[in-house]
Design a binder for this molecule. Structure first.
Ligand SMILES: [Zn+2]
Length: 318
């Protein structure tokens, strides 16, 4: 992988390359944009580019993926680069990934302590924090000093798909890099690269809204659903088709509800009568409620079955 393989984010990559060209890399960046458009990949590629030891790649402001620094960053084993997502935090805390709902102050303290240590291999120490909007006041306060006056050659990158939910104390101290939604053409290529059959890919695209993560998940769900009986038993069968572990079934269920929301909204836009519009609005509220239930301790299969049955009452079907 190198910057060349990231599709549809030319503007963001150009900005990052210009930082290197000018020799002025801001101490803290926010990568902002929809989920599944390449923000995390880009953050890791930038960390690789800053540390790549291949001179030809350095000239092009790209990376080789082959030197020791690049390999360690790809494997997430680099001692000076941290990719702090919920999995990273779960490992630190000895907890399950699905229990991670926000970024803990302890995780931030762990990262800031690392940032104070001398680099082992890297020229640039890079600390990437995923789900930046999940950083709460205590964690943000612990981070502020370090992003304002970081040691030399230290970079913080916060990734978010909900910038509006980020604390303003953090936002005001970071330079924001915007990531665009992906075009249908790029999404179709990504689906093709992932062996998704063309008809299915086109249907999945209608739900994608510029996100490759959503396009891939929707195609997976549509493929699973295509083997189920339509009609009265569909909701139950769909609930049974969920992955077994909570870590997998929760995002899968969440995506099913997103797809129902999307279908409902589309039907609402073309509804003829006020009565239809009111009914569909009620359904939308209900789907938002189901989506929230997923973040609590409700079984995803139960949520999916209820949501599909409720949607069927308004003729919203897969
Ligand atoms: Zn390299």
């Amino acid at each position: 992988m190198s910057f060349k393989k990231i599709q549809g984010q030319e503007k963001a990559i150009e900005t990052l390359k210009n930082f290197i060209k000018s020799g002025r890399i801001p101490p803290a960046l926010i990568f902002s944009g929809p989920a599944g458009v390449g923000k995390a990949t880009c953050a890791l590629e930038f960390a690789k580019t800053l540390n790549c030891t291949d001179e030809n790649c350095n000239k092009e402001m790209d990376n080789c993926s082959l030197c020791q620094n690049c390999k360690h960053i790809d494997a997430k084993t680099h001692p000076d680069i941290a990719f702090a997502d919920f999995e990273y935090q779960a490992n630190l805390r000895g907890e399950e990934v699905e229990k991670q709902q926000n970024i803990k102050v302890d995780t931030i303290r762990h990262l800031t302590a690392l940032s104070q240590q001398k680099a082992t291999l890297a020229k640039w120490k890079v600390f990437i924090i995923d789900n930046g909007e999940k950083l709460q006041t205590e964690g943000a306060n612990a981070l502020l000093k370090f992003i304002e006056e970081p040691p030399a050659n230290t970079l913080w990158i916060l990734i978010t798909s909900k910038r509006e939910a980020m604390l303003s104390t953090i936002k005001s101290r970071c330079q924001i890099i915007n990531f665009a939604p992906l075009s249908d053409e790029i999404l179709l290529n990504i689906l093709k690269d992932n062996m998704v059959e063309e008809d299915l890919a086109k249907e999945a695209l209608t739900y994608a809204q510029g996100s490759s993560a959503m396009a891939l998940k929707a195609s997976e769900i549509l493929e699973d659903f295509s083997t189920l009986n339509k009609g009265a038993s569909f909701a139950m069968e769909a609930a049974r088709s969920l992955p077994r572990t909570l870590a997998q079934s929760r995002p899968y269920a969440s995506c099913i509800i997103d797809m129902l929301v999307f279908k409902t909204h589309k039907t609402w836009l073309s509804a003829d009568t006020e009565k239809q519009k009111t009914d569909l609005k009620e359904l939308l509220n209900k789907l938002v409620f189901y989506k929230k239930a997923l973040t609590r301790n409700v079984a995803p299969s139960l949520v999916v079955e209820s949501a599909i049955i409720r949607a069927q009452q308004n003729q919203i079907e897969f």
